[in-house]
Structure formats: structure tokens, C-alpha cells
Design a binder for this molecule. Structure first.
Ligand SMILES: CC(C)(COP(=O)(O)OP(=O)(O)OC[C@H]1O[C@@H](n2cnc3c(N)ncnc32)[C@H](O)[C@@H]1OP(=O)(O)O)[C@@H](O)C(=O)NCCC(=O)NCCS
Length: 588
């Protein structure tokens, strides 16, 4: 009790001094003598003795200082030593404001509280992501250009923060701009081969070694600085290991062109990386790879990142781009996510016959670029697609000119970047006329059980364009129909949502719902509704809420068979990112 009271009084004494109310003793006397329940009294009363008594009976520096407050022979209590034991916490009922200092103006604090509320909201929103990403493996590519940009240190601080919250990080850095600049200043002849990949001669390799060394030290220094501002700071340094975590081999001669010391990843040292990550290290990998015979090869860092992510089966591969945005030309909106298959289609449309696959296999890409994508963006996209095909769960292309882009993309529901997800939707496609028999097989038993409304074969054929099916080994194993309300184009009804019994509980229903939500959103639908008698809980757990039948669009409402007493559920579609969130948190 003694230390607690003194702790509080000491703070007040300082304030009293600042307010010019006399010296420390006078203020302390006020605490000791003032009526109406001072903190000192509270301490004395609660502890079965006065503060003075306690002070008299105490020991050490604490006693001396307390005596200075209440004793007969004042001792100047100038520098108060920190208490040897932690201050205790007074019960709220015991606390009384100390007399003396003027009341404080809390206006500023109220404003601060408002700011804090938004912080608390954001922090709460991010909590599922913090927990999901703990121990996840992210491979982040740092382009050489970033090192000179104003947000470099912010990015590195955010990287350090990711590490602190438990994300296992492999940073792969490049030095393209530094190498280019140096070669240009030396008027070294152009070193680009026909595949769009740099030809590395002896001089270029030397320049690359110097550039990579310089970038590495900048990254390490920025990480050290970044961690000072994170919870892991307090003088402790981040364990950054820069190592030879992959073996390289030469690209060789392609179309008669010798690529010299240009290399590509031959093998990633997966076990070594995993061991280091589990030990809590942050790994730094450069674009210079070594062959088992000790030769150095200059590799494309974007490809090193993708190969590393692929062989590690990383949870995320992240590229920091120059801010390119993928736009849906139909409505001018920014595309924030694409399933892998759509990303493949996108690349096919935009880069048919280009050199995009050059680094992973330059021999496959001998034609000149003919598309409209910026080279580096296309390279990142291509490498992302390759990595996802090889098992990486998600790739993100983030505008590095947005401050905090990493944190917003990773810990915020809406994200700010462009994300490609591995296909969760394998086998899901639009139904064709020859699927009708398969759809009937799925829904007929449910119609007979009264779970679904019976539909004639002819009506199914007439509405086949509304159906999406899941096909496996030539068999229809699930289906759903989506019909947009004629009188409310932003509302659509889900019907015939069914999975064959032997394929249930495998996530097919979730995948089908995610697919249909994305499709609906792309079609401009903003609310989905469904009538259900027995499976409404399944939809409730997936963000649907019950509504009255009166809120069903008129054109649909007139067709509802009210005798079935179905419940109506609706879900407001907030965008593709909301779907991603559900999928992410369900670990689909
Ligand atoms: C509802 C349905 C589509 C779910 O398909 P699914 O592929 O099994 O779904 P998922 O694998 O994604 O999810 C399975 C989870 O949903 C739960 N679930 C299944 N049916 C449910 C129901 N009627 N109510 C609540 N939860 C249900 C399962 O128990 C499982 O949860 P668990 O893993 O915690 O045990 C499927 O059960 C079905 O076809 N039901 C009959 C048709 C129907 O009722 N359609 C809806 C009305 S149109």
C-alpha cells in the first residue's frame, strides 16, 4: 500500500511543483494533511495504519522519502528512486482525486479517445488475420527500385512487424535498377537477350555482385531500424540470415544466344529454409545464385521468389509493383482478385506469344512481346501463376507506393492490392444442356424428400443457362441455379443448391457458394436470397440472414409456394474480397 500511495502522490507532487504551488514538501504536505480523503490517507486507512506510520516502519530509500513527506525534519526529496516493488493498483472505490493541481482539460483526450476507437475497430477487424497468418510462410519480393523510394523504410518496418506477429518470412531482393544504372553509366552494351532476360557477361556479373551486396546491406539496415519501432524492439535485433538458399544453373544458349552467367533456380534448399524459419529467423535471399561447382549466376529475382514460394508451398507470394492496376473494362472497376484460371486466361489474352515465362524457362518464350502489359508487371503475374500452379495458395501484387500496403492487404478485410487465388473451384463450370440428366440425379431425391421444390425436366432444360454445376470424373456432383429478379436486377435467387450425399462435407458446398457469390457480384447482383426449409442453418453460418418474404422482389414473390413455409434468407454481397475472407478463414 505504501508504495502505491507514494507512486500516485509522487506524480501529483511533480504536477504541484510545475503549477507553482510550493516545493515538493508543501505539495506532499497537502497530500498528507488535506481533508476529504487524500490518496495518502486512503493508503493509510486501507492498510491498517497511516502513511506516516508505514513510512516510519518501512525501510530503505522508500522510508527516507516518505519521511521527507511527513516527518519533523524535512529532507529534500529531490530525485525519487523507482520503487523496488511494482506499484499496486487501487480499487476504483478507494480512489479520490488529490487536492491541489487545477482540474485538467480533457478535451484533447476525448479527441484522442475517438481516434483510439477507430484503432480498436481496425485492430479487432484484423485479429482473425493475425491468428490465421501466424506461422504462415510468406515470400516477399523486394525490387531493387524500392531501396531508393521514400516508402522503403516504411515497407521494411511493416515487414519487421509481420515477422513480429509470427509470419515466417523469406525476402527475395533484386537489384535490377542498380545494375542497369551502373551499366548505363559505363556505357556497357545492352545486355537484353531476345527472351527479355538479361545476358550476363563477365562485366555485368561483376556489377551485379556489387549491386546485390549494396542492396543487401541497405535491406538489413532498414530491417534493423524497422524492428526498433516494433514490439520486438527494445534493443533486441531481428535475426536476419542472408544465405545461399537455392542452387542455380546457367540458362545456357537459346536461339543461338549465349546467356553467359544468367542463371535460373535449379533447386531450393527447402529443409534449410524451414529449419531457419522455425528457429525464428527472417531470411534474405538475393538474385545471385551459386551452382554446386561454386559458379555465381545472375538470376531474375522475381523468378527466384516464385521458385522459392513454390518449392516451400508458401501461403503467400507477394510482389511490390510500380502501381499497375487491373481494371474490368466492362464497368471500369478495379479488379482486386482473380481465381487462378481467370489469371491464366487474362495472361493468355494479354500476352499471347510473349517472353513472359522466360526466366523459369526461357526456351519456351522466344517470340517478341506483343501485349500491352508493362514488362515487370507481366513477369510478376506470370511468375505468380506458375507459383500458384505449383502449390502456393495466394499471390498478391501490391502497389508499393501506397504507405502501409502490406498491412492493409494482409490484415484488412478489403485489401488494397491485386490477388490471385489458387483454384478453389476446380470442376465448377456453367451447366450445358447435356448436364440436365446429371442435375436431375442430384436434385430428384431431394425433391422427393420435400427439401427442394419439384421441377420438371422441361423447366430445367429451359433454365439451363441459370445453372452452375460441379463436375467430377464426368459426373455432376453438385449444382445451383442463379436467377436475377426481372424487377430488381441487383437481387438474385439461389435455387436447387445441392451436393450429392457422398460428396458432402468436403467443402464443395462452400466452394460452390463462393463461386456463385463472385459470379453474382460480377453480374451486378448485390443481394442474394434463398428459400430453404431444412438447410437454413447452413446459410446462416455463411453470412445469410433471415428476411420476411415481403422483401423478396415482386417478380419472385408471386411464385413462392407459401404452403411450404420456407424461410427466406438473404446475403448482401460486399465484393469479392468478402468472399476471399470467408474462404481464407475456412482454409479452403
Ligand atoms: C447444404 C449442402 C448444400 C451443403 O453441402 P456440403 O458440400 O456438405 O457443404 P460443405 O462441405 O461446404 O459444409 C459442410 C458443413 O455444413 C454442415 N451442414 C450440412 N448440412 C447442413 C444443414 N442442413 N444445416 C446446417 N449445417 C449443415 C455439415 O455438418 C458440415 O459441417 P461440419 O464439417 O462442421 O460438420 C448439402 O448438405 C446439401 O446438398 N443439402 C441438401 C440440399 C439442401 O438442403 N439445399 C439447400 C436448400 S436450396
Amino acid at each position: 500500500m505504501l508504495e502505491c500511495a507514494m507512486e500516485v502522490c509522487s506524480v501529483d507532487r511533480d504536477e504541484g511543483e510545475a503549477a507553482g504551488e510550493g516545493g515538493g514538501v508543501a505539495s506532499a504536505e497537502a497530500a498528507g494533511e488535506g481533508g476529504g480523503g487524500t490518496m495518502a490517507e486512503a493508503a493509510g486507512d486501507g492498510g491498517g495504519g497511516t502513511t506516516a506510520e508505514a513510512a516510519g516502519e518501512g525501510d530503505g530509500g522508500t522510508t527516507t522519502e516518505a519521511a521527507a513527506v511527513v516527518g519533523d525534519a524535512p529532507v529534500a526529496p529531490v530525485a525519487r528512486p523507482a520503487p523496488d516493488v511494482p506499484p499496486k493498483v487501487l480499487p476504483a472505490s478507494t480512489f479520490q482525486p488529490l487536492p491541489g493541481p487545477p482540474a485538467r482539460d480533457f478535451t484533447g483526450l476525448i479527441t484522442e479517445t475517438r481516434v483510439d476507437e477507430s484503432f480498436v475497430r481496425s485492430f479487432r477487424m484484423s485479429s482473425p488475420y493475425i491468428s490465421t497468418h501466424r506461422s504462415a510462410v510468406f515470400v516477399i519480393h523486394l525490387p531493387g527500385a524500392l531501396i531508393r523510394e521514400p516508402l522503403f523504410h516504411s515497407v521494411m518496418q511493416d515487414v519487421a512487424l509481420l515477422h513480429v506477429v509470427g509470419v515466417r518470412l523469406v525476402l527475395v531482393f533484386g537489384a535490377r535498377e542498380q545494375i542497369d544504372e551502373r551499366l548505363t553509366s559505363e556505357a556497357h552494351p545492352s545486355s537484353m537477350g531476345p527472351t527479355g532476360v538479361r545476358i550476363t557477361d563477365g562485366r555485368t556479373l561483376q556489377v551485379a555482385k556489387e549491386a546485390v551486396g549494396a542492396v543487401r546491406i541497405e535491406v538489413e539496415a532498414a530491417l534493423a531500424r524497422g524492428v526498433v519501432n516494433t514490439p520486438e524492439g527494445n534493443g533486441r535485433s531481428l535475426s536476419v540470415i542472408c544465405g545461399n538458399f537455392y542452387a542455380a544453373r546457367p540458362v545456357g544458349v537459346i536461339a543461338g544466344e549465349d546467356y553467359g552467367f544468367t542463371g535460373r533456380v535449379r533447386r531450393v534448399e527447402v529443409d534449410a529454409i524451414r529449419r531457419r524459419l522455425e528457429a525464428g529467423d527472417l531470411l534474405l535471399v538475393s538474385s545471385l545464385g551459386l551452382s554446386p561447382s561454386g559458379q555465381v549466376f545472375n538470376c531474375q529475382s522475381e523468378s527466384v521468389a516464385a521458385a522459392t514460394a513454390a518449392q516451400l508451398s508458401a501461403d503467400k507470394l507477394i510482389y511490390l509493383t510500380a502501381g499497375e492496376a487491373v481494371v474490368d473494362v466492362r464497368n471500369g472497376s478495379m479488379v482486386q482478385n482473380l481465381p487462378l484460371s481467370s489469371a491464366v486466361d487474362f495472361l493468355a489474352v494479354h500476352s499471347a506469344g510473349t517472353a513472359t515465362a522466360s526466366e523459369s524457362d526461357p526456351s519456351e518464350a522466344a517470340a517478341a512481346p506483343v501485349d500491352d502489359l508493362p514488362d515487370v508487371f507481366r513477369l510478376c503475374l506470370t511468375e505468380s501463376v506458375g507459383a500458384l500452379k505449383a502449390g502456393v495458395r495466394r499471390a498478391h501484387l501490391l502497389n508499393r507506393f501506397i504507405d502501409g500496403v502490406l498491412l492493409m492487404e494482409i490484415f484488412h478485410r478489403d485489401g488494397v492490392g491485386f490477388m490471385i487465388s489458387r483454384d478453389l473451384y476446380e470442376g465448377i463450370r456453367a451447366a450445358r444442356m447435356d448436364d440436365v440428366a446429371g442435375i436431375v440425379e442430384v436434385i430428384r431425391p431431394l425433391e422427393e424428400a420435400g427439401i427442394l421444390v419439384p421441377r420438371s425436366r422441361a423447366s430445367l432444360e429451359g433454365a439451363i443457362g441459370d445453372f452452375t454445376v460441379v463436375e467430377r470424373d464426368g459426373m455432376i456432383i453438385a449444382c445451383v441455379s442463379l436467377t436475377i429478379a426481372a424487377d430488381e436486377p441487383q437481387a438474385a435467387e439461389l435455387g436447387c443448391f445441392a451436393v450429392r450425399p457422398e460428396y458432402r462435407k468436403l467443402g464443395k458446398g462452400d466452394a460452390l457458394l463462393g463461386f456463385i457469390e463472385r459470379k453474382s457480384y460480377a453480374l451486378g447482383v448485390r443481394r442474394l436470397f434463398i428459400l430453404s426449409t431444412q438447410s437454413f442453418h447452413w446459410f446462416l453460418e455463411r453470412g445469410f440472414e433471415e428476411i420476411s418474404v415481403e422483401r423478396v422482389p415482386e417478380s419472385k414473390r408471386v411464385k413462392v409456394d407459401r404452403s411450404r413455409k420456407s424461410k427466406v434468407y438473404q446475403k448482401l454481397l460486399l465484393g469479392g474480397r468478402a468472399v476471399d475472407e470467408q474462404e481464407l478463414l475456412k482454409h479452403l
